[in-house]
Design a protein around this ligand. Structure first.
Ligand code: SF4
Length: 470
């Protein structure tokens, strides 16, 4: 099993086995980090963050900056994001004032020689900001950090199609963005009404054309299955439209109905949510239709056309899973600014305050808004690498692993290897003398496989803080 062979297997079709999926169905982490955010604690202080950030300059690795804009004009009932639905501009101004403070304080910690190769605006709705606000924010970031000015940089933004017109798309290019994702979810009007998010095919089509004309690369669509009133036939129609539009990437998420956690979801009538069998059928159809249309399954809800950089990153070893899902530029330190943003610098994860009130108060007091985090230990690092390998590359080679770590895989993970036996019996994975390889049946159950290597897992099959695996 060589890396080359694994590249060949990228376009193997995913095997959808409904009985297996039902058997493994349960809640589990999405492993956008390991340890997951549940392990973050307030024992990591603001001073720890500062010292770690300063020390990271010796590595000289480039930076990836994430900016959280929490505002939205209206509530999409399914939403589980950290957002504020408001029309109050003074709230936005106050937030931006504090965000600017944070940007200055954060930038002081990093050497100017460290280029920002990746920038991502997420939310909420980053395009909630109007033109002057977006211009100011980009200028602020550009002054505080050193932007990579080469073609290599990836500056991306999440776009709510209801908030941007074709001129808005051109503005985003002018500001330096070269990647974007459009929140589609579903084109069906009945579904859109039921989740309070109305947008037309014409609107999206026009933005897509404007984005292509403006030179955006890697245009991505987000879809959600499991929304109220969705049927196999209705979602098929949405897929017809999407496949016809041919975005470079697609993220197709499972709607997790957790009304006890997310108040807005109480607006959704649970009886209108498709039955589990319907959801699985929708997923099955989606996977097959996208494969037929030429999309490659990257893993965990993500699909990309063969020419897309995610596929290239999978090939050259620079693919990673992080807080934005799958991403390239694995080598960067991630600096998150804004309410609830997560940073990953060296071996330390940290998260900002999750309430705007606390976030703003700390900054007004001259403090960084870091509230919790974790300094990962040697065991975490080893396990994180195993989970990254399996989730990004569908394999782990023992020799490669042993050459890069101080431990010998088969000895260190002897207990985990034993626990993999049922997954081997179910044909989710192969384990042989060379390593572990995910089989087509296992590709939809990546998190179930990764959970075997998670030392913090403690009966999370029933832990409702996690979404369901499928
Ligand atoms: S889905 Fe996006 S636009 Fe809708 S409420 Fe959530 S963050 Fe706001």
């Amino acid at each position: 099993m060589s890396v080359e062979q694994n590249i060949m297997s990228v376009d193997e079709s995913v095997c959808f086995d409904i009985d297996l999926i039902r058997r493994y169905e349960g809640r589990g982490p999405r492993y956008t980090s390991y340890p997951t955010a549940l392990q973050f604690s307030d024992s990591l202080t603001e001073e720890d963050y500062r010292q770690n950030a300063l020390a990271s300059n010796t590595s000289g690795v480039p930076l990836s900056v994430y900016v959280h804009i929490p505002f939205c004009h209206s509530l999409c009932y399914y939403c589980g994001c950290n957002k504020i639905v408001t029309h109050n501009q003074s709230r936005v101004s106050k937030y931006l004032e504090n965000l600017y403070r944070e940007i200055d304080m954060q930038a002081e910690l990093f050497d100017r020689s460290r280029l920002v190769e990746q920038l991502h605006f997420g939310g909420g709705t980053p395009t909630y900001l109007d033109e002057p606000q977006l211009r100011d924010l980009m200028q602020k970031l550009g002054n505080a950090f050193s932007f990579d000015e080469s073609d290599n940089r990836q500056f991306s933004i999440e776009v709510d199609p209801r908030t941007v017109d074709d001129d808005g798309i051109r503005l985003l290019t002018e500001l330096g963005f070269n990647r974007l994702s459009l929140g589609i979810q579903d084109f069906d009007r009945v579904v859109q009404e039921a989740v309070n998010r109305r947008q037309t095919i014409a609107q999206v089509s026009s933005l897509l054309n404007a984005s292509r004309d403006a030179g955006f690369k890697s245009i991505s669509f987000d879809l959600i299955y499991g929304l109220p009133h969705q049927t196999v036939a209705s979602f098929d129609k949405t897929l017809d439209t999407v496949i016809n539009m041919r975005p470079d990437r697609l993220a197709v998420y499972n709607y997790a109905h957790l009304p006890q956690r997310f108040k807005g979801q109480r607006m959704i009538n649970a009886d209108d949510i498709p039955a589990p069998e319907t959801k699985l059928e929708i997923l099955d159809r989606t996977i097959h239709r996208l494969a037929k249309a030429g999309y490659i399954y990257i893993g965990m809800d993500h699909f990309a056309l063969p020419e897309d950089e995610l596929v290239a990153a999978r090939r050259d070893g620079s693919l990673q899973r992080n807080f934005q899902g799958y991403s390239t530029h694995r080598q960067c330190d991630l600096v998150g600014v804004g309410v609830s943003s997560i940073s990953s610098i060296g071996n330390v994860y940290s998260q900002n305050s999750v309430t705007t009130m606390e976030y703003e108060k700390l900054l007004e007091d001259g403090r960084l808004p870091v509230r919790k985090g974790i300094a990962v230990d040697d065991d975490d690092l080893v396990r994180a690498d195993v989970i990254q390998s399996l989730m990004c590359y569908d394999q782990l080679l023992f020799d490669d692993f042993d050459a890069t770590h101080d431990v010998e895989f088969r000895t260190y993970f002897a207990a985990e290897l034993d626990r993999l036996q049922p997954l081997i019996d179910d044909e989710l994975i192969d384990v042989n003398a060379e390593g572990i390889r995910i089989r087509p049946k296992g590709r939809l159950l990546l998190r179930n496989i990764a959970m075997i290597f998670d030392r913090y897992i403690n009966d999370r099959q029933t832990d409702n803080r996690f979404s369901k695996a499928i």
